[in-house]
Design a protein around this ligand. Structure first.
Ligand SMILES: [Zn+2]
Length: 173
């Protein structure tokens, strides 16, 4: 198991979270962070940020984004909070998309935070249970599985697909 996977497992055990969707806001608060939801100003492209206000971690979330994106942002900022030492992280589509979808390294910490977010939103053990429930017969229709898990875990279909490939459920193209 990776460091992130271990951390996530411990965190979920400690909080008694056993089923999807993972309550990322509650987890952030449990870790001492304050959540601030605000719509982005016009023309401003930002998903979210992590900073400190008199020592307290604050997670800012762009409330104009889709709820799936907002949940991913919270999970991503929790990743920064637990894994990294920086004072401030500002996350924009530019920082993220290339890393997340093609694996190109822009910034190692961003890749780590994305990996952590994927672990937190779709923990391996939860996914394994979900796939058992779906059953082997239906496994030959990846799109149906992606859509089903996207709803169950409250993540975007892209996040679900990426995670399933990453877990080796689907072979990468
Ligand atoms: Zn980030």
């Amino acid at each position: 198991m990776s460091d992130s996977a271990l951390m996530v497992k411990e965190l979920l055990d400690k909080m008694g979270v056993r089923a999807a969707p993972v309550p990322v806001e509650k987890i952030a608060e449990f870790l001492g962070a304050r959540l601030v939801y605000e719509p982005a100003r016009q023309g401003e492209e930002v998903y979210g940020m992590l900073y400190r206000d008199e020592g307290q971690p604050v997670i800012g979330v762009n409330s104009s984004n889709h709820i799936h994106r907002q949940r991913f942002t919270v999970a991503h900022e929790i990743g920064h909070l637990l894994l990294h030492k920086g004072d401030e992280y500002i996350d924009t589509p530019k920082v993220h998309y290339r890393d997340f979808l093609s694996g190109l390294a822009i910034d190692n910490e961003e890749i780590e935070a994305n990996g952590f977010a994927a672990e937190l939103l779709m923990p391996r053990e939860f996914i394994e249970k979900s796939l058992q429930v779906i059953g082997k017969k239906k496994m030959d229709d990846p799109q149906k599985i992606i859509d089903k898990l996207s709803k169950e875990y409250k993540v975007s279909p892209q996040t679900a697909e990426f995670r399933l490939k990453n877990l080796g459920v689907f072979s990468p193209e």
